[in-house]
Design a protein around this ligand. Structure first.
Ligand code: C2O
Ligand code: CU
Ligand code: CU
Length: 495
């Protein structure tokens, strides 16, 4: 591990004891109060920019880990699961030395950041061979929105295995959202969600990849059922990242609604109250939770969610629809994928501790600028072909082909059409988009996103503008097994 990190590896080598110690050091008050035996949720080991610079080494390696019921080894950055929490501000210069100690090629993608897709910035065409390293260097634009972003490997052919194996981490950009007084008053906690294969569970290949591999062990910041605390009257701000290969996380907190304040690309205009929160792979959300109960323990649950399945079995036709996928767990079992969650699973526990003068929710957040009328409309049809292939507009991924050419500065509308029987969360690099409508129904409020779930039979219309950066990048299904099996296209942005 690089000496520059200077942080202890709290999870990889350690059990609960040192996890608690590290958590206390990092989180101060909120981690001091614990109860009921579960370890206090630690923030991932944190690296902040200073003097306008964020510099670090990230060593991708196979590491021994201690996760109750989980695997004994995982792929990590710097021995940490999740990787270090990176934090920067708009205008900061970022330098990351990626060292590949894995047995296959890798690279890094800065999911959601609005930076250049070329050179040594967010260039997913870079290949870092085993034993080699690569120097990433980029500057965050001075007007980069504040938000919760996500770094993970993106080398086509190894990305799904490496993410499923454990790689990934959170990249926070701090800015205007963090300055809103009510938001600032909240205790902050990152929740990096990842499912890992169970003890001795294989990293399945083959049919399991059709639906996308899920692991049986649900972790939050690499921990099983950690404790969160909130004072009566207080506010807890959760920055939630779905770092899974294929699992959708459908979250509900007992007796507490979520107050959504940010989506993938940062703040929305005003909080939206939600009884539950569905996050597809790669998706992020920030929510406020009010300490509106007098005390007690409340479980943060992951509820069952069926991503569709039916039609994949033996060519039973492609139009069996969503009803078939739901409750038909045998579909997935037969395909040999890792798990099928049928009941709510507690993934963290919220404990009340102390009380404060009640804190209000913010009334307004930040403006979300509407985009101008599009100069062009395109259509992207998502489906699978015969056998193990997933396609966009009938074609599987080819990095040597340009699928979509756009002009820098243009606003476009894209219709994302799911013609198959499984959910496909569609993701675009570099520029965020706004959802305009789903099957013709206008989206109720504006938000910046970079992942949108497109369900079977659905057409989702999104609007985006290709701002600032020319170059070649990609869009794809963020069920990474689908991406590997072809559901990705190239996007060329030219000046
Ligand atoms: Cu998070 Cu191209 O991916
Ligand atoms: Cu991405
Ligand atoms: Cu997909």
């Amino acid at each position: 591990m690089s000496g520059r990190l200077g942080r202890r590896s709290f999870l990889a080598m350690a059990g609960a004891a040192s996890a608690i110690a590290a958590g206390s050091a990092l989180l101060g008050r909120s981690a001091q109060v614990r109860s009921q035996g579960s370890p206090a949720a630690t923030a991932p080991s944190r690296l902040r920019s200073s003097g306008g610079r964020l510099e670090l080494d990230l060593v991708a390696q196979d590491t021994k880990v201690a996760i109750p019921g989980g695997p004994s080894r995982a792929l990590t950055y710097n021995g940490l699961l999740p990787g270090p929490l990176l934090e920067a501000e708009p205008g900061d210069a970022v330098r990351i030395e990626l060292v590949n100690r894995l047995s296959r090629p890798t690279n890094l993608h800065y999911h959601g950041l609005h930076i250049s897709p070329g050179g040594s910035a967010d260039n997913v065409f870079v290949s870092v061979a085993p034993g080699a390293s690569h120097s990433y260097a980029f500057t965050l634009p001075a007007d980069h929105p504040a938000g919760t972003f996500y770094y993970h490997p993106h080398y086509h052919g190894t990305v799904a295995d490496q993410v499923f194996g454990g790689l990934g981490g959170v990249f926070i950009v701090r800015g205007a959202l963090d300055q809103i007084p009510e938001v600032r008053a909240a205790e902050e906690q990152v929740l990096f969600l990842k499912d890992l294969p169970g003890e001795g569970g294989s990293r399945a290949v083959g049919m399991g990849m059709m639906l996308g591999r899920e692991g049986a062990v649900l972790t939050v910041n690499g921990q099983v059922n950690p404790a969160l605390t909130i004072p009566s009257g207080g506010l807890l701000r959760l920055r939630i990242v779905n770092g899974s290969n294929a699992r959708f996380w459908r979250l509900a907190l007992e007796d507490h609604p979520f107050h959504l304040i940010a989506t993938d690309g940062g703040a929305i205009e005003a909080p939206v109250e939600l009884p539950e929160l569905l996050l597809a792979p790669g998706e992020r959300a920030e929510v406020l939770v009010r300490g509106e109960r007098q005390g007690g323990r409340y479980r943060l649950l992951n509820l069952p969610y069926a991503r569709g399945a039916g039609g994949m079995m033996g060519g039973m036709g492609s139009r069996m629809g969503m009803g078939m996928g739901r409750g038909m767990g045998m579909g997935r079992g037969m395909m040999g994928s890792g798990s099928e969650q049928q009941t709510p699973v507690p993934i963290a526990t919220l404990n009340y501790a102390g009380s404060v003068t009640p804190l209000p929710l913010p009334e307004r957040l930040l403006p979300v600028e509407p985009l101008p009328a599009p100069v062009r409309r395109r259509r992207f049809v998502l489906n699978h072909g015969m056998g193990m292939v997933f396609l966009i507009n009938g074609r599987g991924f080819d990095h040597g082909r340009i699928d979509t050419s756009v002009r820098l500065g243009d606003t476009e509308e894209w219709d994302l059409v799911n013609d198959g029987v499984m959910d496909h969360p569609f993701h675009v690099h570099i520029n965020p988009f706004q959802v305009i409508s789903r099957n013709g129904t206008p989206e109720p409020w504006r938000a910046w996103r970079d992942v949108v779930l497109v369900r079977p039979g659905e057409t989702v219309r999104v609007r985006t503008r290709f701002d600032d950066f020319a170059g070649r990048t990609v869009y794809h299904c963020h069920i990474l097994d689908h991406e590997e099996l072809g559901m990705m296209g190239t996007l060329e942005i030219s000046a």
